[in-house]
Design a protein around this ligand. Structure first.
Ligand SMILES: C[S@@+](CC[C@H](N)C(=O)[O-])C[C@H]1O[C@@H](n2cnc3c(N)ncnc32)[C@H](O)[C@@H]1O
Length: 233
C-alpha cells in the first residue's frame, strides 16, 4: 500500500473511531490503512465513479477486508444515512466541490462529528464556506509531495474565529501550530502571485486585478514577517 506524505497527513488526523466514511475513495488506500491499523472498526468507501470504486473494491477484497469496509457508489455524502459515520474524509478534490458536497447533504453532515478535508484547490473558498456554515477547523497540517504542498484540515461543527480575511488563505491553525512547512507554503503563494502580477503588469485592462494581487501579496508578506518575528522572540 502506498501511503504517501499526502495520505499520511489524512491518516494522522484520524483519531480512534467506530465508523469512518471515505468519500471519493478512488484506490481505497485510506480506509484499508485505517482498518488494518485498528484506528477505525468499520469503514464505508464511496465514489461517484464506478471505475475507481471497482479498483477500491478489488483492493479491499485482496486485503480480505470486505466484511469491515463497505463500498458504495454515489455522489458525496448522499451515500450515507444520518449517524452512520463518526468521521468523514473528503480528500483529493477541489475546495469548491468539497463545499458543495457538505452543502448538498446538510442533514447527514450535521450528524457527522468530524471531517477531514483536503482541498486540492480553492482552500480559501472552502475555509470561507466552513466559517459561514457553522464549522470550526480544529487542526491543520501541511504535507509535501513532489514539490507540491497540500493542506489537510480536521473540522468539527462549531464557531470559527477568523482574525483577518487573509486567514482564509493561510489557515490560522497552521500559524498557531507552527507547521514546519508554513514558510515554504507561504513562499510558494508569494511567488505564484508575483508571476501573475508580472504577466498582467503591462495590461491596462488588468489594473484592478493587479492592485488586488498587490494587496494580497503585501498581506501575505505581513503574515510571514509577523510569524518569523514571533518565532525568533
Ligand atoms: C483525485 S481522487 C482522490 C482519491 C482519494 N480521496 C485521495 O485523496 O487520494 C478523487 C476521487 O473523488 C471521486 N469524486 C469526485 N467527485 C465526487 C463526488 N461528488 N462524490 C464522490 N466521489 C467523488 C473521483 O471519482 C475520484 O475517484
Amino acid at each position: 500500500m502506498k501511503i504517501t506524505p499526502r495520505l499520511s497527513s489524512i491518516i494522522h488526523l484520524v483519531e480512534n473511531c467506530g465508523s469512518v466514511a471515505d468519500i471519493g475513495t478512488d484506490h481505497g488506500y485510506v480506509p484499508v490503512y485505517l482498518i488494518e491499523n485498528k484506528i477505525c472498526k468499520r469503514a464505508i468507501a464511496s465514489d461517484v465513479n464506478i471505475g475507481p470504486l471497482n479498483i477500491a473494491k478489488d483492493y479491499i477484497q485482496s486485503r480480505k477486508l470486505s466484511n469491515k469496509i463497505e463500498t458504495r457508489l454515489g455522489n458525496g455524502l448522499k451515500v450515507l444515512n444520518s449517524n452512520e459515520a463518526d468521521i468523514a474524509i473528503i480528500a483529493g478534490m477541489g475546495g469548491l466541490l468539497i463545499a458543495d458536497i457538505l452543502d448538498e447533504s446538510k442533514e447527514v453532515a450535521r450528524s457527522i462529528p468530524f471531517f477531514i478535508l483536503q482541498p486540492m484547490t480553492a482552500s480559501d473558498k472552502l475555509r470561507k464556506y466552513l466559517y459561514n456554515n457553522g464549522y470550526e477547523i480544529v487542526k491543520e497540517k501541511l504535507s509535501k509531495e513532489n514539490e507540491r504542498i497540500y493542506e489537510t484540515m480536521l473540522v468539527k461543527h462549531g464557531e470559527m474565529k477568523i482574525s483577518d480575511d487573509i486567514n482564509f488563505e493561510i489557515g490560522e491553525k497552521l500559524i498557531q501550530q507552527q507547521d514546519e512547512l508554513l514558510i515554504p507554503f507561504i513562499d510558494k503563494k508569494l511567488s505564484k502571485i508575483s508571476i501573475i502580477m508580472d504577466n498582467i503588469k503591462s495590461n491596462s485592462n488588468e489594473t484592478v486585478k493587479y492592485k488586488q494581487l498587490q494587496e494580497k501579496h503585501n498581506k501575505i508578506l505581513e503574515v510571514k514577517k509577523a510569524y518569523e518575528s514571533e518565532r525568533h522572540n
